[in-house]
Write a protein that binds this ligand. Structure first.
Ligand SMILES: [Zn+2]
Length: 448
């Protein structure tokens, strides 16, 4: 554009110059040089025109060179720089493969200096920074890139990775919320988001996201996925209930537990939590009964040894003379699930502790009939014969020593998923993170 303007300007100048010479030849000393007195004649006009034309062309040539020097040079230099930047980036890739991140970063920085608008190079720099374990620096590059184009989805995604590497869960959640707004049905975003929310104990929000994921899985008719999401929903509802209870929101917690149990009646921790909530409700004069009711309801839906041990503890909390009530509690538990050995075993231990040796012996006989012969039953048999003989029975002692136990065995619970042992029941396994997996263990384990 500028060049064309210059050309036009040059032509106008040429015309004007020749016209001026035509009108006033003294302007040039050509007349003297030619020795002619030809002012106003055609040959003179032609001569002057040629001279002016030559000057015009010379002027144009100079102008064009000047123009190129200031403008065109930059353009050509730019083209050369882009090529150089690509070259530097290629070398950086080689350093990156050799895990020499320092040199790779240096090369990429130089490449960016040569071609500052190149987002691919910037993307590469983020990756290298990440691999070098410098997420903070990677974030600086991303922020610079987003300044160039705030909607660049490549960098919006990279930001997620960098925030993960930084362990900045709150900013990560923010970023994922932003991405969720842009891609509402993206399962990868929702999964990352829900993990972040759970990590931050935002259970209510996590439940919402799990529900969205459940909808998507339902639409895709993915049964396996649906089952896994249902498990996660149970877990989150349970945690939400705990959180609400701890915040003093008793009614909300109760409502959450109800929602959970409506979906899954076999979720043992929910009943245990309910019982604990009832037990600690100081305003309720019948709090022990209410807690027991929760335990009994839980046991009916899904037998677990902890329901029985908690029930025994509660009844003895109410009154130390509640032996009859405890026995009744156990008898009911055994009759509801005759094949459930922990109920029988706990009942037998209870009988032993309270000198109901005949009933304990009955229980032992039942084990033999059922062919149950786990280590705890063996201990029970030894203990019983010791008590029955009313003296330090050598046999029982020997038996204990033989199986490596000096004292009566502590009851041990075990995670049904990863086999981690614990001295008492747990709602959630600290080892594998699964909920609702702890049950009485038949193994003999000494926990340290
Ligand atoms: Zn486990």
């Amino acid at each position: 554009m500028t060049y064309r303007f210059l050309l036009l300007f040059g032509l106008l100048f040429l015309l004007l110059f020749s016209y001026l010479l035509y009108l006033n030849p003294e302007f040039l000393t050509l007349r003297l040089a030619a020795g002619l007195e030809t002012r106003g004649t055609l040959p003179f006009f032609i001569l002057i025109s040629f001279a002016a034309g030559g000057l015009g062309v010379l002027f144009l040539f100079v102008a064009r060179s000047v123009f190129y020097y200031f403008y065109g040079f930059k353009e050509r230099k730019g083209r050369r720089h882009v090529q150089q930047a690509v070259q530097e980036a290629r070398q950086a890739m080689e350093y990156r493969l050799a895990a020499d991140y320092k040199k790779a970063v240096k090369k990429l920085k130089r490449a960016l200096k040569l071609d500052s608008g190149n987002q691919e190079i910037r993307q590469l720099l983020v990756r290298v920074r990440l691999e070098a374990g410098e997420p903070q620096r990677a974030m600086e590059v991303i922020e610079e890139a987003l300044k160039n184009d705030p909607d660049d989805s490549r960098f919006q995604w990279l930001k997620v990775e960098v925030l993960q590497a930084m362990g900045d869960n709150l900013r990560l959640i923010n970023q994922l919320m932003y991405l969720k707004g842009r891609y509402p049905k993206n399962v990868a975003i929702l999964n990352l988001l829900v993990t972040g929310l759970m990590g931050q104990s935002y259970w209510r929000e996590a439940i919402d996201v799990w529900q969205e994921l459940a909808e998507i899985a339902k639409g895709a008719k993915n049964k396996k996925e649906q089952g896994e999401i249902a498990v996660q929903l149970d877990n989150c509802r349970y945690e939400l209930a705990v959180q609400q209870w701890q915040a003093g929101e008793r009614e909300e917690a109760r409502q959450t537990l109800k929602e959970l149990l409506d979906k899954n009646q076999k979720f043992v921790p929910a009943y245990i939590l309910q019982a604990a909530m009832e037990e600690q409700d100081r305003q309720n004069p019948k709090r022990i009964e209410a807690a027991l009711a929760a335990l009994k309801q839980g046991y009916r839906r899904q037998p677990n040894a902890w329901f029985l041990l908690e029930g025994e503890r509660l009844l003895f909390t109410e009154s130390e003379k509640n032996e009859e009530k405890v026995e009744k509690y156990y008898r009911k538990a055994v009759s509801r699930y005759p094949d459930y050995w922990p109920a029988r075993l706990l009942f037998a231990f209870f009988c032993l502790r309270h000198q109901r040796l005949e009933r304990a012996a009955e229980m032992l006989l039942e084990f033999k009939k059922q062919g149950i012969n786990n280590p705890l039953v063996k201990i029970l048999a030894g203990e019983l014969s010791y008590r029955q003989s009313h003296q330090l029975n050598e046999a029982a002692d020997q038996f204990k020593k033989a199986i490596g136990l000096e004292e009566a065995p502590p009851l041990v619970f075990v995670c049904g998923h990863c086999r981690r042992y614990a001295p008492s029941w747990r709602p959630r396994c600290p080892e594998c993170g699964h909920y609702n997996t702890y049950e009485l263990s038949a193994d003999l384990v000494t926990l340290t």
